[in-house]
Design a protein around this ligand. Sequence first.
Ligand code: NAP
Length: 341
Amino acid sequence: MESLIAPAPGYSKIRLLREIYYGFRPNKPTFTPEDYPDLAGKTAIVTGCNTGIGKHTVELLYQKNCNVIGVVRTQSKGDQARDDIVNNNPDSKGTISIISGCDYLDLSKISAVGEKIKETLGDKPLNIIIHNAGLMAPNNEGTSFQGYEAMFQTNVLGPQLLQHFIDPLFLKDDDTSLKRIVWVSSGAHLLSFNTYGINWEDPLFENVPTKDRPNNNVLYGQSKAANIYQAKAWFEMNKTICEKIGCVSVSCYPGNLKTDLQRGWGLSMAVAKYLFWDGVYGAYSELYGALSPELTSKDSGAYIVPFGEIHDPREDVKLGLTNGVDIKLWDFVDSKISKYY
Ligand SMILES: NC(=O)c1ccc[n+]([C@@H]2O[C@H](COP(=O)([O-])OP(=O)(O)OC[C@H]3O[C@@H](n4cnc5c(N)ncnc54)[C@H](OP(=O)(O)O)[C@@H]3O)[C@@H](O)[C@H]2O)c1
């Protein structure tokens, strides 16, 4: 990849530690379900919604009468989640439609998901997209069907490819009262490479034997730094229409939460989970991005932290949002996914 726009600046280790600590002891949420508007007639897409934060997010949207399109890998898991939510909330006037087959580890499957979303949506306006699905692998060995490092493909390539298919359905002058995209990131971006968070030589570790990859925390952190760039870059690439329709695109660190994300991590994570919060708090963070009236187009690129406030990301990543690194990342991802358009 061609050289960076400017060498990455250093960052304060003290601030980094403070931000890590904040993840465990965040401020209380101030924007919670009683503050959410009625969402009758609105439509939201939530990926990875069969469990964890995604399931909580769908439930809170559905309670406000939203029509939710839940995107999952496995139909039966999605159906189970939908049935749980519908049975728990008999008064909702919303709907939940499950679309399966969205396995980001194989990019060739994503165009079919885009088609199903188009059919399910019909001519209704699309108001909210939450790119929630994600992988935090317990080791550095995962490799996708395309031969790329598994977390970067799942957390970055997959969502950007799905967004490519959703763009024409979303970027419309239809229901402009609410147009939001939330790219789910993590405080783990603090642990990513010190070169704007990204290993620019080979972000996908295509040419590196698995044993020579960095550890899984750094790889996960890289993918989550990329999510912060995606939120800003997507807005910049679509700025004219986004400003016209009042679209907001933000990244979100939902919190340190007890979900299935830590599956396979063993004893260390089982202990750490005592410090973690219930998964519904992560939904408060994501829905701050999706629903808070405090946010406008001008906030696009903002990094939301638990449980619904805005902080700066790590210093080099923050600079990367203003000096073109975000677009460089976007273009790199695009070069890898465009053959699956
Ligand atoms: N929990 C935390 O402490 C925490 C902290 C910071 C950020 N996050 C972020 O929050 C988001 C939700 O995580 P969570 O905690 O709710 O985790 P979770 O309970 O493990 O749920 C993850 C969801 O992503 C889906 N997913 C995993 N790999 C996928 C793939 N290759 N293709 C498509 N979907 C895939 C899972 O589907 P299956 O069930 O089929 O595997 C599941 O629906 C993630 O982006 C995560 O990085 C979580």
